[in-house]
Design a binder for this molecule. Structure first.
Ligand code: BYC
Length: 331
């Protein structure tokens, strides 16, 4: 019921001569960096892949509000509280642009919501972890939004026009979110030893799940090859994960925090950090619905949906009434 495994059936690539003439012309447009727009011809598999990814992305933005919402009433100052509220509101906006982008592919927002609430559609694994202290809010901004930016900047250049355009504004807002997260963590690191320890404890808990956000290793990423061919994905999961490590380690050093990875070391030759093995069994456990907060997150979303029924009914009744009035006027 809480599982997030969906088989999209697009794991194997076909050679160019196996494609129909229509599919070949479609691929040529993509290869020439011409954006695909909603009214253009597209294969069912391309449409299905985009609906899968964009709806998962939208759900992540919406569910992603929950761990942060947990701290609105307990933010340490009024200023931090207003900043956090504004950030959470931005995430709601991101969810809405993304649902709209997915709707251009012919799926309704109601259907996408049903798929989420029925446990058929995924959202990012990271939001199944709890926010135990205020430092976790800093970690979400610094690490989770930081990872989101690394993953999403390339999406601004992806082949599907509405998705690429939605990502431009989202990335600008995420950049602000990441900075506010870093600011929260920096304030803690410059505070008392107890506050610094709180930041270290949060980093210990969020570091590995943040690296898992980029998805399974390339060798196990079933969708990557096809998504790369369609230029939905411009960099692989492992490439982006490496970028995250290389970007974040110097920031942690600046903060005086220790990355919880005894195998982390700078490789002079590659000019990159080497890092320890990720516990992928934990990632798959979370995807199967058995993370620390999966049940809680879905129950909260289901309750919000049920509690909002009166509002949706009211809005629909109003729309029907307006339609009847305009029809009567036209008659
Ligand atoms: N969590 O073949 P792969 C945010 C699934 S919101 C859960 O590599 P793909 C924020 C994957 O879907 C950030 N599932 O897949 C919001 C696939 O299963 P299906 C959200 C994951 O699509 C509020 C299977 O594993 N960002 O930042 O090629 C507050 C195999 O993976 C995850 C996006 O959604 C995961 N972490 O690549 C604060 C970005 N990773 O669907 C912050 C858009 C993988 O075949 N999405 N899976 O059943 C993407 O870029 C890609 O979909 C992914 C995965 C890189 C995530």
């Amino acid at each position: 019921m809480y599982a997030q495994m969906v088989d999209t059936g697009t794991s194997s690539l076909r050679a160019v001569d196996e494609l129909s003439p229509q599919e070949q012309a479609f691929q040529q447009r993509i290869d020439a960096d011409i954006k695909i727009e909603p009214r253009d011809w597209m294969s069912d598999a391309y449409r299905k892949t985009l609906i899968r990814q964009i709806s998962q992305h939208a759900h992540s933005e919406i569910v992603g509000q929950l761990p942060e919402g947990n701290w609105v009433t307990r933010a340490p100052t009024l200023k931090r509280k207003t900043i956090l509220l504004a950030k959470i509101q931005d995430e709601a906006g991101h969810g809405l642009y993304l649902y709209s982008a997915a709707e251009t592919l012919g799926v309704s927002r109601d259907q996408m919501t049903r798929d989420l609430l029925d446990g058929k559609a995924k959202y990012s694994s990271i939001f199944n972890y709890p926010t135990l202290s205020w430092a976790d809010i800093g970690m979400i901004g610094w690490l989770v939004d930081g990872a989101a930016i690394i993953n999403q900047i390339p999406l601004c250049r992806c082949s599907y026009g509405p998705y690429a355009r939605a990502m431009v504004r989202i990335c600008k807002e995420e950049a602000f979110h990441a900075r506010q997260g870093f600011d929260v963590v920096m304030a803690l690191c410059r505070g008392t030893p107890e506050q610094k320890q709180m930041a270290q404890d949060a980093l210990n808990r969020w570091w590995w799940p943040a690296l898992m956000m980029f998805g399974p290793p390339d060798t196990e990423s079933v969708n990557s090859a096809q998504s790369a061919q369609w230029k939905i994905k411009l960099f692989s999961n492992d490439e982006l994960r490496q970028r995250m490590v290389d970007q974040t380690v110097p920031q942690a050093e600046f903060l005086g925090l220790t990355i919880p990875d005894p195998d982390l070391r700078w490789n002079e030759t590659s000019g990159q950090y080497e890092f320890g093995a990720i516990d992928w069994s934990e990632f798959y456990r979370v995807l199967k619905g058995n993370g620390p907060c999966n049940r809680d997150r879905l129950q909260t979303r289901r309750k919000a949906w049920d509690d909002g029924a009166w509002f949706r009914d009211g809005v629909n009744a109003y729309a029907e009434k307006q339609e009847a009035i305009s029809k009567a006027k036209a008659a």
